[in-house]
Design a protein around this ligand. Structure first.
Ligand code: ATP
Length: 503
């Protein structure tokens, strides 16, 4: 695995996985573009998730809801009121930080002083942050006295009182920009699932338990986007809302924890690198009955959230439904006089309308990319003493499945045969097959090691009967990325050979 974020960032840029957004104008912070190989890897991760959660189950449906949503959706979901992070300004240089990030980044003795001033133990960091949020005036004082430094200037800051900053992006809808004509870019894909609950039930005749899966972009105006694609302002999520009979929710929560861990394992992210954080009651979001955060051990960053699996009780459908008071809701919800739909479903045993509980496994695609790349990243010393970098990606995730390489690029006979082999392999539907006619075989191998291509197929003079060994006519060399073994395979057997290896 990678040992630092830098080596990943450097590989991603060098080989065309990930670029800074708007780079030719100096870049836009918190936005990244996925390059020729990044888009393939990303699509493969999403396809693997979709296969596992939609195609391989009999209790799931898919959805692709719109990104811009009615403001009532984000009002009743609770996002207008609570989707905020605490921010704090340094008056000395007018820079703004997320409060918890700012404190976390200080030296241990400074953190200890802040904790002490707030009457908390430095060991319980969430409690320190909560105390800072609860008493803004005292917080500002505590930060100044502890000598909290500005991460950019390195000097002790003059800190304002912290205040909440709502992270939703607002946008004008239609030609008139007045106070009423706005909507939000969704901060999570989940709300599109809740607002379509009734549509999906009515159109598919689903009964409990069943789930709806969605993959798509979400937008969060993070105060301090950082750590490459770990914290971005435009992100992509893979979310499931799994609707269950109240009372069966705890069992289903365990089911999804297990299932998601085994999915990560199948993508090359082993359980041993994921810590399961059973979020303490006092740190739970107001809607959550219980949450497991999967904390992957990222290079340089350490354990950080890659996926959250929450038991959201009946909070979401209960918040968006009409006739709330008749439905015996367990969660405490804000009154909703705007919704025109009753979000219930018949109880499978009694047939009485019930608001289901929801289990929500929510994973970030960008954070998944980072984890998959990090696990695959390998530095090896070869027998000849040379070092090679190789991405040991699972074949189903590899951006390029096979590179077909003519040994010389100016020999039409070799290039034409390579092109026809490429075209035949492409028809197998395995993913991208690349004709690699850059002419330098050594460089091509190095490049394909670094981008994780599982197999390279080389067409040489022996292949076309113009080499030294006539018995090799009609065969190509297949090179294995991981073992470096090279095997001669008959062209007539190549598709079957690779299909078996790549399935
Ligand atoms: P964090 O505490 O790191 O800000 P969160 O708890 O706000 O994350 P959720 O709201 O639970 O995150 O979102 C579900 C998933 O979406 C996360 O597990 C993560 O993989 C992804 N995600 C959330 N925010 C971002 C972001 N700014 N950039 C990239 N991925 C994100």
């Amino acid at each position: 695995p990678a040992t630092s974020m830098e080596e990943l960032v450097s590989l991603c840029k060098r080989r065309g996985f990930i670029f800074q957004g708007s780079e030719i104008y100096g870049g836009l912070q918190g936005f990244y573009d996925y390059g020729p190989l990044g888009v393939e890897l990303k699509n493969n991760i999403k396809a693997a998730w979709w296969r596992s959660n939609v195609y391989e189950r009999d209790d799931m449906e898919g959805l692709d809801a719109s990104i811009i949503m009615h403001r009532q959706v984000l009002r009743h979901s609770g996002h207008e009121a609570t989707f905020s992070d605490p921010m704090i300004d340094n008056r000395k240089n007018n820079k703004r930080y997320r409060l918890d990030h700012l404190v976390k980044d200080q030296k241990a003795d400074v953190i200890a002083k802040v904790a002490e001033a707030m009457g908390q133990s430095a060991e319980n960091f969430p409690a320190v942050v909560a105390a800072l949020n609860a008493s803004p005036a005292q917080a500002s004082q505590a930060l100044k006295e502890a000598g909290v430094r500005d991460p950019l200037s390195g000097e002790v800051g003059d800190w304002t009182e912290p205040k909440p900053f709502n992270m939703m992006f607002k946008t004008t809808i239609g030609p008139v920009a007045d106070d009423e004509s706005y909507g939000y870019l969704r901060p999570e894909t989940a709300q599109g699932i809740f607002t379509n609950f009734k549509n999906v039930v009515d159109s598919t005749s689903r009964r409990l338990p069943f789930g709806i899966a969605q993959i798509g972009k979400a937008f969060r105006n993070e105060i301090t986007p950082r750590n490459f694609i770990f914290r971005v302002r435009e992100l992509e999520q893979m979310e499931i809302e799994f609707f269950v009979v109240p009372g069966t929710d705890e069992e289903w929560h365990e089911h999804w924890l297990e299932r998601r861990l085994s999915w990560w394992e199948a993508q090359g992210v082993p359980r041993s690198k994921i810590e399961i954080l059973d979020v303490p009651k006092e740190d739970l979001a107001h809607y959550s009955k219980r949450t497991y955060d999967l904390m992957y051990d990222y290079p340089t960053l350490g354990h950080e959230e890659i996926e959250g699996i929450a038991n959201r009780s009946d909070y979401d459908l209960g918040s968006h439904t009409k006739n709330q008071s008749e439905l015996g809701l367990v969660a405490s919800v804000e009154e909703n006089l705007d919704s025109i739909a009753k979000l219930t479903i018949p109880h499978p045993e009694t047939n009485k309308p019930v608001v289901p509980f929801v289990i929500e496994p929510s994973a970030g695609v960008d954070r998944a990319m980072l984890a998959v790349l990090s696990e695959a990243f390998t530095k090896e010393t070869l027998e000849n003493g040379n070092e090679r970098i190789v991405l040991k990606l699972k074949p189903h995730l590899a951006p390029i499945k096979v590179a077909v390489i003519p040994l010389a690029r100016n020999k039409a006979e070799l290039v034409d045969l390579a092109r026809s082999i490429k075209s035949d392999l492409q028809k197998l539907g395995l993913g991208r097959i690349l004709l690699e006619d850059s002419g330098n075989i050594g460089k091509a191998y190095r490049r394909h090691d670094e981008v994780g291509t599982p197999y390279c197929v080389t067409v040489d003079f022996d292949t076309v009967g113009k080499g030294e060994d006539a018995t090799l006519t009609g065969t190509v060399t297949v090179r294995d990325r991981d073992t470096l073994a090279q095997e001669r395979v008959k062209i007539s057997e190549l598709t079957a050979y690779l299909q078996a290896k790549l399935k």
